[in-house]
Design a protein around this ligand. Structure first.
Ligand code: HEM
Length: 424
């Protein structure tokens, strides 16, 4: 890797304390080493980009490729692999691992199927799912909001949207659980779950294709996988593998992210009673604008995607004065950029009424989150319904005792024990 000056006061990253609260370490990096070389727990060396302006530039820089095969040959020679996407070839050739022109073609294709209209039409279903999940624990007066609420909601929602039949959705719930539990590494439970998902998606796509042959016209409420196949048949070609990879990325980009937006968001509200009161008042007054703005602020303050997915230099380049060699991985730290005092006034303060809140929580540039409208719908529905139905909601654990998952990309709680007065 290219060299950088050493500084003995640099914080230690990726420890348990860091996973609990990475923000002081990011503040140090932003100030002293805004493009910082580190060795990740997997043994791979990478550059961390922590300032807002640099992060935004890097996310839109065409010299940074998303293709893991661009990772330097030197790292492979040293046996330093561990980048998701390198080993599990076929499902991994999805939007977040490809560059133009393939990315442009596939993104256009999926955009014709994954429209804001389709998402908006899905709102009543998300509301029903949310209410059913709360019904299941309301009487008990206590719950773990991660396992009983934040986790099941997005998996059922995205399965419905894709067109996975209801009777198969619990399998997906188990596979998704296996992927989260094992922290996204390439081994064991994850590899098995990915294999099952691949086989299942292959069959499902085949079945939907046959159904489409019999039914030539688009029908109201057609699912996303059918929409995708139809778009592929009418325009640019979509291979079976590309369709499976697309379904896979929609499931998994849309799953743990949303779990953590709901989890981190509710947790932040419970820790900031005055902000929670602002939200509760807005809900009583039917102020949908504050609900929407508030969820954006929760995303900026403690968003689910701590670090954007992998990027690799396709040529030697300089970022904020730092030389980066060809093939070196560059990780844009969204959580650090979104607390940059150069961009946000009092960035460490949670302020649901904040204006000028162009956070990077959904990324930026050509890989900007495709599912942002769905994520917003789910998070707003979940948080609003929870606070409306359980206004006395409070934390049932000492914050010191809560555990964070500690993965590289995602930031989220393992559990979120809560309680409320049954008279609520
Ligand atoms: C991309 C965040 C929910 C689908 C991204 C990226 C971010 C992000 C930061 C860009 C990553 C990068 O450039 O490295 C989030 C957050 C979510 C969320 C914070 C929820 C709270 C969803 C949902 C879906 C989804 C619900 C779909 C069902 C995608 C896809 C991409 C993406 C397909 C790749 C787009 C591309 O490469 O062109 N998301 N996401 N996301 N997201 Fe989301």
């Amino acid at each position: 890797m290219s060299e950088q000056p050493r500084d003995s006061s640099a914080p230690t990253l990726f420890t348990w304390e860091f996973a609990t609260d990475p923000y002081p370490a990011y503040a140090w990096l932003r100030e002293h080493a805004p493009v910082y070389r580190t060795t990740l727990p997997s043994g791979v060396d990478a550059w961390l980009v922590t300032r807002y302006a640099d992060a935004r530039k890097a996310l839109a820089d065409p010299r940074l490729s998303k293709n893991p095969q661009r990772h330097s040959a030197a790292a492979h020679a040293k046996g330093k692999v561990g980048i998701p996407g390198e080993q599990r070839a076929d499902l991994m050739t999805h939007l977040l691992n490809i560059d133009p022109p393939d990315h442009t073609r596939l993104r256009r294709l999926v955009s014709t199927a994954f429209t804001p209209r389709r998402v908006a039409a899905f709102a009543p279903r998300v509301q029903t799912l949310t209410d059913q999940l709360i019904d299941a624990f309301e009487e008990r007066g206590e719950a773990d909001l991660i396992h009983e609420f934040a986790f099941p909601l997005p998996i059922y929602a995205i399965c419905d949207l894709l067109g996975v039949p209801r009777e198969d959705q619990d399998d997906f719930r188990d596979w998704a659980g296996a992927m989260i539990r094992h922290g996204g590494g390439p081994r064991g439970g994850v590899a098995r779950a990915v294999k099952r998902i691949r086989a299942y998606l292959g069959e499902l796509i085949h079945r939907k294709r046959l159904e489409l042959v019999e039914r030539r016209e688009e029908e109201d409420g057609e699912d996303l996988i059918s929409g995708l196949i139809r778009a592929g048949d009418h325009g640019e070609h979509l291979t079976e593998n590309e369709a499976a990879a697309m379904a896979f990325i929609l499931l998994f980009a849309g799953f743990e992210t949303t779990v953590n937006l709901i989890g981190n968001g509710v947790y932040a509200l419970l820790r900031h009673p005055e902000q929670r009161a602002v939200m509760q008042r807005a809900l009583e007054e039917g102020d949908e604008r504050l609900l929407a703005a508030g969820v954006e602020e929760l995303l900026r303050y403690d968003g689910p995607v701590e670090i954007a997915t992998w990027r690799f230099a396709t040529e030697p380049l300089t970022l904020a004065g730092q030389r980066i060699a060809e093939g070196e991985p560059v990780l844009v730290v969204l959580a650090a950029a979104d607390r940059d005092p150069e961009r946000f006034a009092e960035p460490d303060v949670l302020d649901l009424t904040r204006r000028d809140n162009q956070h990077l929580g959904y990324g930026h540039g050509i890989h900007y989150c495709l599912g942002a409208p769905l994520a917003r719908l789910e998070a707003q529905t979940a948080i609003a319904t929870l606070l409306r139905r359980l206004p006395g909601l409070r934390l049932a654990a000492d914050p010191e005792d809560l555990r964070w998952r500690g993965g590289l990309i995602m930031r989220g709680l393992r559990t979120l024990p809560v309680t409320w007065n049954s008279a609520d």
